[in-house]
Design a protein around this ligand. Sequence first.
Ligand code: NAD
Length: 484
Amino acid sequence: MANLTEAQIAELVTKIVAEMKAEKPANDDSWDATQYHGRKLIGVFETMEEAIAAAEAGYKTIRQTSVADREKFITSIRNYCRAEAGTMAALGVAETKMGRVDHKTAKHILVADKTPGTEDIVAEAKTGDHGLTLTERAPFGVVGAITPSTNPSETVICNSMGMIAAGNGVVFNPHPGAIATSNYAVDLVNRAVHAAGGPEILVASVRKPTLDTANVMYKHPAIRLLVCTGGPGVVKSVLSSGKKAIGAGAGNPPVIVDDTADIEKAAKDIIDGCTFDNNLPCIAEKEVFVFENVADRLISGMLKNGCILLTREQADALAKVVVVEKTDPKTGKVSRSVNRDCVGHDCRVILEKIGMHVGPEIRCAIAEVPFEHTFVQTELMMPILGIVRVKDIDEAIDLAVKAEHGNRHTAHMHSKNIDNLSRFATAIETTIFVKNAPSYAGIGFGGEGHTTFTIAGPTGEGITSAKSYTRLRRCVMADHFRII
Ligand code: NAD
């Protein structure tokens, strides 16, 4: 899949769209998020109440199943996810108009291969003069999960695997801009679990997710844990719900390149990471701080790796396009947000908006800009990279920490100086810190460690996995059950 040509990818996307739209009335342009190929998607309901009831029934069924059976469900989800990775990738690009089919396919394979299963759930035993105390990780029950448009099916499947491995049922309120793709993934998880002997429905969703359906989920007594993957607004709303919540929020990952780095490699790694799925991953490189004595070499290395260098005038013109200002008609208050017509789009499509025409070989636009520039300050989620020259490590760390805006999400550094590496890692306080590699090494793609698409910085679970979705329970046997 990674080697498909652009024409083959376009053909695949067209085919999937046609299949998804099968049996749609001719006068209805919208996607039917309950059907695929004329078949009703399993686990997708009209109301949030129905979805929660179905997930709760599924949860009650798997309370009776063994851990070994749960592991069979997870293995089956891995297999289905691998087999249908290309379909979900094409569906995601067709529906959201964001990202790249080849990279999204790779993300699904990563989820299938490196999301932990039941092995992540480990009990603890403590023994002493007063006997044995056992601490076990129990399910919450039904988890309510909010998922983003940027990694829609990846997040649904990765969340489902961890939550099911922990013994939970799941209800999703997916991003309205990625309903078909997210609900396809809900259906896939149910098909996979059922094929492995599980209940027909263990994860559920709604046909038309809205803020109202999210609110029903927040308040419903059957939902014991909320897990939110998205931008600052939704994370805040979940954390204000009054329920136990895991929040995986926005980032703006800076990269520092010092003068001890392998500059050629740094240039390639940064552009490979920054352009992965057109910069949609929240961990992707968003701005660079480079020592001035190696800046020219870094830029020339980037130009050899599919970049175009914008002039300052071009960068300023583009900044006005990629961020839009909206005035609230009631209050007159002006707010700025990223232009959804640019998020996750190909570089050449974005550049056309300022009258620049480049070929598909150009995968990223780079520009030397001052620290205050939009390309540095805003989480754009598109293949545009602002570069700031700095005189030394003190200035680099100071500016990179400020550009990260206290999200404490992800940061990167290219250096062979262990003092500089340690100083930046300590100062930036991010959940993920990647040294001398593309950003995706931080989620297990070319780096060690498991993967997740829910990186919970604000609430501290970090690189979430099955154990993040459990509650600790203690059982005490006083004065007995030791064997020494
Ligand atoms: P988004 O914030 O626009 O939407 C996320 C979800 O929240 C959607 O389902 C949306 O409909 C819903 N939503 C928005 N406001 C809500 C509210 N007040 N109440 C209930 N639901 C609400 O996210 P997006 O644009 O799809 O994703 C991009 C953002 O998510 C970026 O900021 C990115 O950094 C972040 N993100 C973070 C992680 C992580 O693991 N930390 C992963 C992916 C994306």
